[in-house]
Design a protein around this ligand. Structure first.
Ligand SMILES: [Zn+2]
Length: 318
Protein backbone atom coordinates (compact mmCIF):
# COMPACT_ATOMS: atom_id res chain seq x y z
CA UNK A 1 0.00 0.00 0.00
CA UNK A 2 1.15 3.54 -0.73
CA UNK A 3 0.44 6.11 1.94
CA UNK A 4 0.07 9.67 0.65
CA UNK A 5 -0.29 12.84 2.71
CA UNK A 6 0.33 16.58 2.48
CA UNK A 7 2.28 18.01 5.42
CA UNK A 8 3.38 21.37 6.74
CA UNK A 9 7.12 21.47 7.33
CA UNK A 10 7.14 25.01 8.71
CA UNK A 11 4.45 27.55 9.55
CA UNK A 12 5.24 31.22 10.08
CA UNK A 13 2.85 33.86 11.32
CA UNK A 14 2.65 36.85 9.00
CA UNK A 15 2.39 40.26 10.65
CA UNK A 16 -1.30 40.95 10.14
CA UNK A 17 -3.35 37.76 10.25
CA UNK A 18 -2.25 35.27 7.60
CA UNK A 19 0.13 32.35 7.85
CA UNK A 20 2.77 31.14 5.45
CA UNK A 21 3.49 27.44 5.37
CA UNK A 22 6.13 25.38 3.66
CA UNK A 23 4.44 22.17 2.55
CA UNK A 24 5.35 18.83 1.06
CA UNK A 25 3.51 15.85 -0.34
CA UNK A 26 4.84 12.57 1.00
CA UNK A 27 4.40 9.14 -0.60
CA UNK A 28 5.53 6.19 1.50
CA UNK A 29 5.60 2.64 0.19
CA UNK A 30 8.20 0.92 2.31
CA UNK A 31 11.34 1.41 4.35
CA UNK A 32 13.62 1.89 1.30
CA UNK A 33 15.54 5.09 0.50
CA UNK A 34 14.04 8.56 0.72
CA UNK A 35 14.23 10.92 -2.27
CA UNK A 36 12.96 14.46 -2.77
CA UNK A 37 12.15 16.98 -5.49
CA UNK A 38 12.37 20.68 -4.72
CA UNK A 39 10.92 23.48 -6.87
CA UNK A 40 9.88 27.08 -6.65
CA UNK A 41 12.98 28.30 -4.80
CA UNK A 42 12.64 31.26 -7.17
CA UNK A 43 9.02 32.46 -7.25
CA UNK A 44 9.03 33.19 -11.00
CA UNK A 45 10.15 29.67 -12.00
CA UNK A 46 7.21 27.36 -12.56
CA UNK A 47 8.52 24.40 -14.61
CA UNK A 48 9.38 22.48 -11.42
CA UNK A 49 5.89 22.93 -9.99
CA UNK A 50 4.51 21.05 -12.98
CA UNK A 51 7.18 18.34 -12.62
CA UNK A 52 6.00 17.84 -9.02
CA UNK A 53 2.39 17.62 -10.19
CA UNK A 54 3.25 15.06 -12.89
CA UNK A 55 5.23 12.97 -10.39
CA UNK A 56 2.31 13.12 -7.91
CA UNK A 57 -0.06 11.98 -10.67
CA UNK A 58 2.30 9.12 -11.59
CA UNK A 59 2.58 8.02 -7.94
CA UNK A 60 -1.19 8.22 -7.44
CA UNK A 61 -1.64 5.93 -10.45
CA UNK A 62 1.05 3.58 -9.12
CA UNK A 63 -0.90 3.40 -5.84
CA UNK A 64 -3.87 2.08 -7.84
CA UNK A 65 -2.05 -0.28 -10.17
CA UNK A 66 1.10 -1.57 -8.44
CA UNK A 67 1.34 -0.21 -4.89
CA UNK A 68 4.03 -2.71 -3.87
CA UNK A 69 6.44 -1.17 -6.43
CA UNK A 70 7.16 1.86 -4.22
CA UNK A 71 9.85 0.52 -1.89
CA UNK A 72 10.90 3.82 -0.32
CA UNK A 73 9.69 7.33 0.36
CA UNK A 74 9.17 10.27 -2.04
CA UNK A 75 8.82 13.86 -0.85
CA UNK A 76 7.71 16.62 -3.22
CA UNK A 77 8.32 20.27 -2.26
CA UNK A 78 6.76 22.22 -5.16
CA UNK A 79 6.88 25.63 -3.50
CA UNK A 80 9.97 26.46 -1.48
CA UNK A 81 9.28 30.19 -1.75
CA UNK A 82 5.49 30.26 -1.20
CA UNK A 83 5.15 34.03 -0.79
CA UNK A 84 7.21 34.68 -3.92
CA UNK A 85 5.04 32.28 -5.93
CA UNK A 86 1.82 33.76 -4.57
CA UNK A 87 2.91 37.30 -5.45
CA UNK A 88 4.70 36.50 -8.77
CA UNK A 89 8.12 37.48 -7.47
CA UNK A 90 11.45 35.76 -7.94
CA UNK A 91 12.85 36.83 -4.58
CA UNK A 92 11.45 36.41 -1.08
CA UNK A 93 8.96 39.29 -0.69
CA UNK A 94 9.46 41.92 2.00
CA UNK A 95 13.16 41.05 2.36
CA UNK A 96 13.73 41.10 -1.41
CA UNK A 97 16.50 38.59 -1.07
CA UNK A 98 17.27 35.45 -3.02
CA UNK A 99 16.27 32.37 -1.01
CA UNK A 100 18.99 30.47 -2.88
CA UNK A 101 21.66 32.67 -1.27
CA UNK A 102 20.50 31.93 2.27
CA UNK A 103 21.29 28.26 2.77
CA UNK A 104 21.85 26.43 5.07
CA UNK A 105 19.76 29.03 6.89
CA UNK A 106 19.11 29.65 10.55
CA UNK A 107 16.02 28.54 12.52
CA UNK A 108 16.28 31.70 14.65
CA UNK A 109 17.03 34.08 11.75
CA UNK A 110 14.93 36.24 9.46
CA UNK A 111 12.15 34.45 7.69
CA UNK A 112 14.00 33.39 4.46
CA UNK A 113 16.69 31.86 6.70
CA UNK A 114 14.01 29.98 8.63
CA UNK A 115 12.63 28.52 5.40
CA UNK A 116 16.16 27.44 4.42
CA UNK A 117 16.83 25.85 7.80
CA UNK A 118 13.50 23.99 7.77
CA UNK A 119 14.21 22.71 4.25
CA UNK A 120 17.70 21.48 5.20
CA UNK A 121 16.28 19.62 8.19
CA UNK A 122 13.45 18.07 6.14
CA UNK A 123 15.79 16.96 3.32
CA UNK A 124 18.47 15.43 5.60
CA UNK A 125 18.96 11.73 4.97
CA UNK A 126 17.76 11.83 1.35
CA UNK A 127 19.47 9.52 -1.13
CA UNK A 128 18.89 12.16 -3.84
CA UNK A 129 17.39 15.65 -3.99
CA UNK A 130 16.56 17.25 -7.34
CA UNK A 131 16.33 21.05 -7.23
CA UNK A 132 14.49 22.27 -10.34
CA UNK A 133 15.04 25.76 -11.74
CA UNK A 134 13.57 27.39 -14.83
CA UNK A 135 16.20 29.92 -15.82
CA UNK A 136 14.51 33.34 -15.61
CA UNK A 137 12.18 35.31 -17.88
CA UNK A 138 15.09 36.36 -20.16
CA UNK A 139 16.67 33.08 -21.26
CA UNK A 140 15.33 29.71 -22.41
CA UNK A 141 17.33 26.59 -21.50
CA UNK A 142 17.25 22.99 -22.76
CA UNK A 143 16.97 20.39 -19.97
CA UNK A 144 20.36 20.31 -18.29
CA UNK A 145 21.99 19.68 -14.97
CA UNK A 146 24.66 21.92 -13.45
CA UNK A 147 27.26 20.29 -11.25
CA UNK A 148 30.05 21.72 -9.16
CA UNK A 149 33.39 19.98 -9.94
CA UNK A 150 33.80 19.39 -6.21
CA UNK A 151 30.92 16.87 -6.22
CA UNK A 152 31.34 15.55 -9.78
CA UNK A 153 32.38 12.01 -8.79
CA UNK A 154 29.08 11.38 -7.00
CA UNK A 155 26.73 13.44 -9.15
CA UNK A 156 27.84 12.92 -12.76
CA UNK A 157 27.06 9.16 -12.84
CA UNK A 158 23.55 9.87 -11.50
CA UNK A 159 22.99 12.75 -13.93
CA UNK A 160 24.05 10.68 -16.93
CA UNK A 161 20.97 8.48 -16.59
CA UNK A 162 18.40 11.22 -16.05
CA UNK A 163 17.23 11.80 -19.65
CA UNK A 164 18.85 15.25 -19.83
CA UNK A 165 20.65 16.89 -22.76
CA UNK A 166 23.61 18.59 -21.13
CA UNK A 167 25.67 18.15 -17.98
CA UNK A 168 27.42 21.43 -17.30
CA UNK A 169 30.37 21.09 -14.95
CA UNK A 170 31.28 24.30 -13.15
CA UNK A 171 34.69 25.07 -11.74
CA UNK A 172 34.86 25.35 -7.96
CA UNK A 173 35.69 29.07 -8.19
CA UNK A 174 32.40 30.02 -9.84
CA UNK A 175 30.16 28.19 -7.39
CA UNK A 176 27.91 29.99 -4.95
CA UNK A 177 28.15 28.38 -1.56
CA UNK A 178 24.88 29.61 -0.05
CA UNK A 179 22.67 27.65 -2.46
CA UNK A 180 20.45 24.78 -1.40
CA UNK A 181 22.44 22.43 -3.67
CA UNK A 182 25.85 23.36 -2.31
CA UNK A 183 24.60 23.17 1.28
CA UNK A 184 23.04 19.74 0.75
CA UNK A 185 26.01 18.32 -1.16
CA UNK A 186 28.39 19.65 1.52
CA UNK A 187 26.32 17.90 4.19
CA UNK A 188 26.48 14.58 2.31
CA UNK A 189 23.02 14.70 0.68
CA UNK A 190 23.43 14.36 -3.12
CA UNK A 191 21.59 17.22 -4.83
CA UNK A 192 21.32 17.80 -8.59
CA UNK A 193 20.37 21.23 -9.93
CA UNK A 194 18.25 21.00 -13.07
CA UNK A 195 17.78 24.08 -15.25
CA UNK A 196 15.23 23.96 -18.03
CA UNK A 197 12.67 26.02 -19.90
CA UNK A 198 12.01 29.64 -19.13
CA UNK A 199 10.71 31.71 -16.23
CA UNK A 200 6.96 32.26 -15.79
CA UNK A 201 6.12 29.48 -18.25
CA UNK A 202 5.63 25.70 -18.32
CA UNK A 203 7.15 23.65 -21.16
CA UNK A 204 5.42 20.23 -21.03
CA UNK A 205 7.87 18.56 -23.45
CA UNK A 206 10.73 19.38 -21.07
CA UNK A 207 8.85 18.48 -17.89
CA UNK A 208 7.84 15.09 -19.38
CA UNK A 209 11.46 14.46 -20.35
CA UNK A 210 12.67 15.17 -16.82
CA UNK A 211 9.90 13.12 -15.18
CA UNK A 212 11.08 10.05 -17.12
CA UNK A 213 14.66 10.73 -15.99
CA UNK A 214 13.67 11.15 -12.35
CA UNK A 215 11.74 7.85 -12.36
CA UNK A 216 14.83 6.06 -13.73
CA UNK A 217 17.00 7.64 -11.02
CA UNK A 218 14.54 6.49 -8.35
CA UNK A 219 14.48 2.96 -9.74
CA UNK A 220 18.30 2.85 -9.83
CA UNK A 221 18.38 3.94 -6.18
CA UNK A 222 15.91 1.23 -5.11
CA UNK A 223 13.05 3.62 -4.33
CA UNK A 224 11.08 1.86 -7.06
CA UNK A 225 11.08 -1.89 -7.72
CA UNK A 226 13.83 -2.98 -10.11
CA UNK A 227 11.34 -4.77 -12.39
CA UNK A 228 8.95 -1.81 -12.68
CA UNK A 229 8.63 -0.93 -16.39
CA UNK A 230 9.35 2.73 -17.22
CA UNK A 231 9.32 4.74 -20.45
CA UNK A 232 12.77 4.42 -22.11
CA UNK A 233 15.52 7.02 -21.73
CA UNK A 234 15.79 8.99 -24.99
CA UNK A 235 18.31 11.66 -24.06
CA UNK A 236 21.95 11.11 -23.16
CA UNK A 237 23.72 14.26 -22.00
CA UNK A 238 26.74 15.92 -23.56
CA UNK A 239 29.36 17.18 -21.13
CA UNK A 240 29.89 20.94 -21.06
CA UNK A 241 32.51 22.79 -19.07
CA UNK A 242 34.35 26.11 -19.02
CA UNK A 243 36.36 25.04 -22.11
CA UNK A 244 33.60 24.26 -24.61
CA UNK A 245 30.83 26.72 -23.66
CA UNK A 246 30.69 29.98 -25.63
CA UNK A 247 28.72 33.03 -24.49
CA UNK A 248 27.24 35.40 -27.07
CA UNK A 249 26.66 38.89 -25.75
CA UNK A 250 24.88 41.71 -27.57
CA UNK A 251 27.09 44.15 -29.53
CA UNK A 252 24.36 46.78 -29.48
CA UNK A 253 21.22 47.56 -27.51
CA UNK A 254 17.90 46.94 -29.28
CA UNK A 255 15.34 44.29 -30.08
CA UNK A 256 16.71 40.74 -30.53
CA UNK A 257 14.86 38.69 -33.14
CA UNK A 258 16.10 35.08 -33.34
CA UNK A 259 16.31 33.37 -36.72
CA UNK A 260 16.87 29.84 -35.41
CA UNK A 261 14.98 27.53 -33.08
CA UNK A 262 16.26 26.94 -29.58
CA UNK A 263 17.91 23.51 -29.08
CA UNK A 264 19.41 23.01 -32.48
CA UNK A 265 22.88 22.46 -33.87
CA UNK A 266 24.47 25.31 -35.79
CA UNK A 267 27.52 25.73 -38.00
CA UNK A 268 30.26 28.30 -37.59
CA UNK A 269 29.04 31.56 -39.14
CA UNK A 270 25.32 30.67 -39.08
CA UNK A 271 23.00 33.57 -38.37
CA UNK A 272 21.32 33.06 -34.98
CA UNK A 273 19.39 36.30 -34.97
CA UNK A 274 19.55 40.04 -35.42
CA UNK A 275 19.36 43.05 -33.17
CA UNK A 276 17.08 45.67 -34.73
CA UNK A 277 15.82 49.10 -33.81
CA UNK A 278 12.10 49.75 -33.36
CA UNK A 279 12.58 53.14 -35.10
CA UNK A 280 14.17 52.20 -38.41
CA UNK A 281 14.33 49.29 -40.82
CA UNK A 282 18.07 48.74 -40.60
CA UNK A 283 19.67 45.88 -38.71
CA UNK A 284 21.87 47.14 -35.87
CA UNK A 285 23.90 43.94 -35.53
CA UNK A 286 23.86 40.32 -36.61
CA UNK A 287 24.41 37.51 -34.15
CA UNK A 288 26.43 34.64 -35.66
CA UNK A 289 27.76 31.42 -34.21
CA UNK A 290 31.54 31.51 -33.68
CA UNK A 291 31.78 27.69 -33.82
CA UNK A 292 30.00 24.47 -34.77
CA UNK A 293 27.82 24.04 -31.72
CA UNK A 294 24.67 23.01 -29.90
CA UNK A 295 22.52 26.04 -29.09
CA UNK A 296 21.44 25.28 -25.54
CA UNK A 297 20.54 28.73 -24.20
CA UNK A 298 18.61 31.28 -26.26
CA UNK A 299 17.37 34.77 -25.44
CA UNK A 300 13.62 34.71 -24.76
CA UNK A 301 13.01 38.32 -23.74
CA UNK A 302 13.59 40.46 -26.84
CA UNK A 303 14.92 43.75 -25.45
CA UNK A 304 18.66 43.66 -24.95
CA UNK A 305 21.27 46.04 -23.64
CA UNK A 306 24.75 46.11 -25.07
CA UNK A 307 26.45 43.18 -23.32
CA UNK A 308 23.23 41.25 -22.57
CA UNK A 309 23.50 37.47 -22.93
CA UNK A 310 21.70 36.26 -26.07
CA UNK A 311 22.85 32.69 -26.39
CA UNK A 312 25.11 30.01 -24.99
CA UNK A 313 26.61 27.45 -27.32
CA UNK A 314 28.33 24.20 -26.59
CA UNK A 315 31.05 23.56 -29.12
CA UNK A 316 30.76 20.19 -30.81
CA UNK A 317 33.62 18.71 -32.82
CA UNK A 318 32.32 17.17 -36.02
ZN1 LIG B 1 16.10 29.48 -10.05
Amino acid sequence: MIECRQEKVLTLELPYQEQMSLERTVFVGGSGPKVAVVAGVHGDELEGLYVCRQLALWLEELAETRPQALLGRVELFPAMNPLGLDTLQRLVPVYDIDLNRNFPGNPEGIFPQRIAAAAMKALAGSALVIDIHASNIYLREIPQVRINQEFADTLVPMAQKMNLDVIWLHGAMTVLEATIAHSLNSSGVPCLVVEMGVGMRVTPAFTDQLVTGILHAWRDLGVLAADLPLPPLRHFPLLADDHNVHYLNADTSGLFIPSVQHWTTVKKGDLLGSIVSPFQGKVLSDVRSPVDALLFTLREYPLVYEGSLMARLMEVKS
